[in-house]
Design a protein around this ligand. Structure first.
Ligand SMILES: Cc1cc2nc3c(=O)[nH]c(=O)nc-3n(C[C@H](O)[C@H](O)[C@H](O)COP(=O)(O)O)c2cc1C
Length: 332
């Protein structure tokens, strides 16, 4: 079975990639992902706040879930053991790039123009095969327009692309007024891949303690629908590769994303639940399904249900929505 895949210019042995997660905090975790078949690893994000020794954002990610998922426990280093400074990040990146044969994609969340560009350059120098720009930003300023917030994202991509030579992916959320236009603008700014979608951190309230509770729950397969729709709508309409992230808990979700047109399919929650061996099962199940259905390469599968290729062009949009609503109408 030929699972070989091209993703933003990189040749991968399969389309199954480990997305940013605490598993990549250690060299051992990264090695285990490779051993179990992940075709590339996106490292956890370096936040610009960390560079300034503000650990809040990372602490939130790292505290998440350590009580709830026994299997995952060993992948979460204690916060005080983990010096999240850029030196350590770059050191891990350098070691990982040397230690494994699969591409290591560094992930960056900047706040200033200098932060984005300088750290992208350092990541490139440390051996990253590519950089994923984690455009995690919630525009809360009342006077900031949508156009300004969008332009800021485009500018980040333009500047980082002008500075580095390795491929640059952009991981972003769906909350833009016209997502197709936003994807198009990022594509034109030089993004080599779009990673759809970032899951935004939505804190909960503890009503007894009147406290804001960091809550980052693991995904469920149903959450894949929004990225699935957008990947199906964007397939063949951009120069950039498309990566699917959210809700991949087994081969069924991976196959759906590939049929929609994803070049690669990423997973974090399932790896935190089951450990890196999830990738071995995913690879075996994908190969078995493809063999059973008579596919000999992922290329044959890719995009077969995208809007571009699917005969019922309206099935993904408004017409089907009306039909679906109609199916709930009481019948006499
Ligand atoms: C504990 C945890 C830590 C994460 N850390 C990062 C991160 O550092 N950078 C990032 O871009 N995404 C991060 N993510 C998001 C994942 O990479 C992924 O996009 C998201 O969880 C959706 O995929 P999934 O359904 O396979 O979990 C994190 C997710 C979890 C659950």
């Amino acid at each position: 079975m030929n699972l070989t895949t091209r993703y933003m210019g990189l040749t991968l042995k399969s389309p199954l990639v480990a997305s940013a997660s605490p598993v990549s905090h250690t060299l051992d975790g990264i090695r285990r992902l490779e051993d179990h078949g992940a075709s590339a690893v996106v490292l956890f994000s370096l936040f610009e706040e960390q560079i300034e020794h503000d650990m809040a954002a990372m602490q939130h990610f790292m505290e998440f879930g350590t009580e709830s998922f026994g299997e995952a426990l060993s992948y979460f280093p204690a916060v005080d053991e983990f010096d999240v400074g850029p030196t350590q990040y770059l050191e891990l990146l350098r070691k990982a790039s040397e230690a494994v044969d699969i591409p290591i994609i560094a992930s960056l969340n900047g706040t200033t123009e200098r932060g984005w560009v300088d750290f992208a350059l350092l990541m490139e120098a440390a051996g990253a095969s590519a950089i994923e720009l984690n455009l995690y930003y919630i525009p809360t300023e009342m006077t900031r327009t949508g156009a300004e917030a969008e332009q800021q994202c485009v500018d980040v991509v333009t500047r980082v692309k002008a500075a580095v030579e390795i491929p640059v992916a952009v991981k972003l959320g769906p909350y833009f007024s016209s997502f197709a236009n936003m994807a198009h603008r990022l594509d034109r700014a030089g993004a080599d891949a779009l990673v759809l979608f970032n899951r935004f951190y939505q804190p909960d309230f503890d009503i007894e303690e009147r406290a804001v509770v960091p809550s980052l729950s693991l995904s469920r397969p149903e959450e894949m629908r929004l990225p699935l729709l957008w990947i199906a709508l964007l397939h063949k309409r951009l120069r950039a590769s498309l990566a699917a992230t959210t809700g991949v808990h087994g081969a069924v979700e991976a196959i759906k994303y590939l049929m929609a047109g994803a070049d690669v399919v990423m997973s974090t929650s399932a790896v935190l639940e089951h450990g890196p061996s999830f990738f071995a099962r995913l690879t075996a199940d994908l190969s078995e399904w493809m063999q059973r259905k008579g596919y000999s390469s992922v290329g044959q599968l890719r995009g077969s249900m995208s809007q571009h290729n699917f005969p019922q062009a309206t099935a993904l949009v408004r017409a089907n929505y009306i039909k679906t609503l109609d199916s709930f109408r009481p019948r006499r």
